[in-house]
Ligand binder design. Structure first.
Ligand SMILES: NC(=O)c1ccc[n+]([C@@H]2O[C@H](COP(=O)([O-])OP(=O)(O)OC[C@H]3O[C@@H](n4cnc5c(N)ncnc54)[C@H](OP(=O)(O)O)[C@@H]3O)[C@@H](O)[C@H]2O)c1
Length: 325
């Protein structure tokens, strides 16, 4: 099959492109940063441009069977950017595809567990639960899902939980912190979390893109074994070969840091690592989800548990030199 992938040069996108090429599929990647495309297999065709391409009525996209929209912003410089990239660009993409003389057999949209908001500590979210996002990131993803479901062609929105794997700059900080022997959690009880290995996210995308059903579907993508932040620190420690001491930080202290971090990052022109989105996400009691529906409908199930995912991530970070040995 022929695929158009947005966000192909990102963490999940790079792993997806490699898997598709290995499977013998043709891949066209939207590339806005040519230097980052050097990580992609040589067989991947490049479509130069950014998400603004979809807002241009004269854009003619290369004809493909499946579009996988991975492009998105996870840590934005300001709340408005979550809306521009994670909502407006999705509206534009759907409208752009509707304008083409051809239609994809399926559009896959990468939403997030954040679209649903926190779960109870003892019950993972299922697709039947109402969406109640608590931050601008999750809110934009939730609204984008609703737009995707209006398309005249089949679509699947999928909601990964936290993804671990090699070459992800977003989680590298956790591994570096563990390597220095220190971890952090908010509040008295460790946050309960679902996690998933990037190899399993990729196999889920393959399963969803091979789906030939008409209509619109939504799935969570996670490993069935729920965990918590203390266990994650322990497992990262094992993966890097260091015992990690987890320091509890009161939520009120973290909340007080938000305006300082916001101002400081604006002054320094860097991405804020503790904005309201991050604060709300880390101080929620749980983000759990179940992939039982994806298993039931398409036979997909995660193959890699937490320890395996973290070992694989560490091997990748060390191979690239991102994490010292
Ligand atoms: N990683 C996770 O734990 C996780 C969990 C749940 C959901 N998700 C979702 O999964 C998707 C992929 O995540 P990721 O971790 O792979 O993120 P990532 O590594 O930050 O990659 C994001 C990709 O989006 C592209 N992008 C961003 N803004 C763009 C724009 N204006 N025009 C064109 N391309 C743009 C980036 O291009 P450049 O390479 O040029 O920067 C990059 O290729 C996102 O939608 C994210 O919300 C991720």
């Amino acid at each position: 099959m022929r695929y158009l992938i947005t966000g192909a040069t990102g963490f999940i996108g790079t792993h997806l492109c490699r898997a598709l090429v290995a499977r013998g599929d043709e891949v066209v990647a939207l590339v806005r940063t040519p230097a980052k495309a050097s990580n992609l297999p040589a067989a991947v065709e490049h479509l130069a441009g950014d998400l603004g391409l979809f807002a241009d009525p004269s854009t003619r996209l290369p004809e493909v069977d499946v579009v996988v929209h991975l492009a998105g912003v996870v840590a934005a410089p300001s709340p408005e950017v979550y809306d521009q990239i994670n909502y407006d660009a999705v509206v534009d993409l759907v409208a752009c595809l509707e304008r083409q003389s051809w239609k994809p057999k399926r559009l896959l949209f990468t939403s997030s567990l954040a679209a649903a908001g926190p779960s109870p500590r003892d019950r993972p979210h299922t697709e039947q639960d109402a969406l109640a996002p608590i931050d601008p990131y999750g809110d934009a993803k939730a609204r984008a899902e609703r737009v995707v479901a209006t398309a005249t062609f089949p679509t699947t929105s999928f909601r990964p939980c936290i993804v671990f794997g090699p070459d992800d700059p977003a989680t590298l900080t956790l591994f570096k912190s563990a390597q220095s022997g220190v971890g952090m959690r908010v509040g008295r009880e460790p946050q309960r979390l679902s996690v998933v290995d990037v190899r399993d996210v990729v196999s889920a995308i393959l399963a969803m893109s091979d789906d030939t059903r008409e209509g619109h579907f939504t799935y969570y993508v996670s490993h069935p074994q729920a965990t918590d932040l203390d266990a994650i620190w322990g497992a990262i420690g094992e993966a890097v070969g260091k015992r990690v001491r987890v320091l509890p930080v009161p939520a009120a202290v973290l909340r007080a840091i938000v305006p300082v971090a916001t101002l400081g990052s604006k002054l320094l022109g860097i991405t804020n690592q503790m904005d309201m989105k991050q604060y709300r996400q880390v101080s929620a009691p749980a983000f759990l989800c179940s992939s039982a529906a994806l298993t039931k409908d398409l036979g997909w199930r995660a193959q890699h548990g937490l320890a395996d995912a973290l070992r694989n991530a560490v091997a990748g970070y060390r191979a690239s030199g991102a994490l010292p040995r």
